[in-house]
Design a protein around this ligand. Sequence first.
Ligand code: CP
Length: 312
Amino acid sequence: MWHRKDLLGLKDLSKEEIMQILDLAGKMKEKIDNKEIREESLKKSTVLTVFYENSTRTKMSFTSAAEYLGAVVNDLSISSSSVNKGESLIDTANNLDQMGSEIIIMRHGMTGAPHLIAKNCKSSIINGGDGVNEHPTQALLDMMTILEHKGSLEGLKVAIIGDIKHSRVARSNAYGLTKMGAEVVLAGPATMITSNMKALGAEVTSDLNSAVADADVIIGLRIQKERQKAGMFPDIREYSQLFGINKKLVALAKEDAIVMHPGPVNRGVEMNSDIVDGKQSVILEQVKNGVAVRMAVIKLLMEGRKNNGFIN
Ligand code: CP
């Protein structure tokens, strides 16, 4: 039984809840490629996507996921919405809440925005990324991909490399992976790391070589230029030389290590093309697992609404 109305982050989820989502995602995955076994269980249900920031993977995979379960998906295009006439976030959400949709999937540049509307709305809210805080479904799909390759998360060394400070992906993965018993090492330039992640049980370092040494998994991160103040690094070429993920760095990890990236990838900046397209890369598998994980999350929240009497 699923009890939560919303999925806002991995900080508050238990190990058992994470496994419940991942187990169901494993069952949902075959429906992506096989139209015949897609569901109509959410026929007559409506899901809304409300993305205040750009997205390719998260928005499209949530849309596909909801459709493969039979739900209708509506999208609020922020650029042509009344947000541009000055309507507040809460007023926008309260109005959307009246339109009969059960789930609102929100991405917002402000940390805590989905939490704020979850308190004010009867619809279930899924956090599709809030500022520098969390991106829970990205970490869930990352964990699913690692599990498929490694069989277990317990005892694995996962090195997360790049712009740690501004990364909601790093934060959600640190919460999730440490809960599941993995060793998480966060590494990047001194200006892009923050020691407060140590509180999550992760190691934080500027030494990429030690971070990657004997790692089972390497996760590269995009430089979040949209969230940075100027002067975090001198120039892109220098960043790529000192902190980019290349063959020499990957060779320090275990021979069977997998290489991941949440996307979008800036090829030649945080990761070289021969690594992105190389034998150890599972980046496109992550994208497919994103649909499976999002099907599982939507299905569990919908079932939770029914079982717990959450109604609009
Ligand atoms: N990984 C991720 O969140 O990608 P998008 O920004 O394209 O959704």
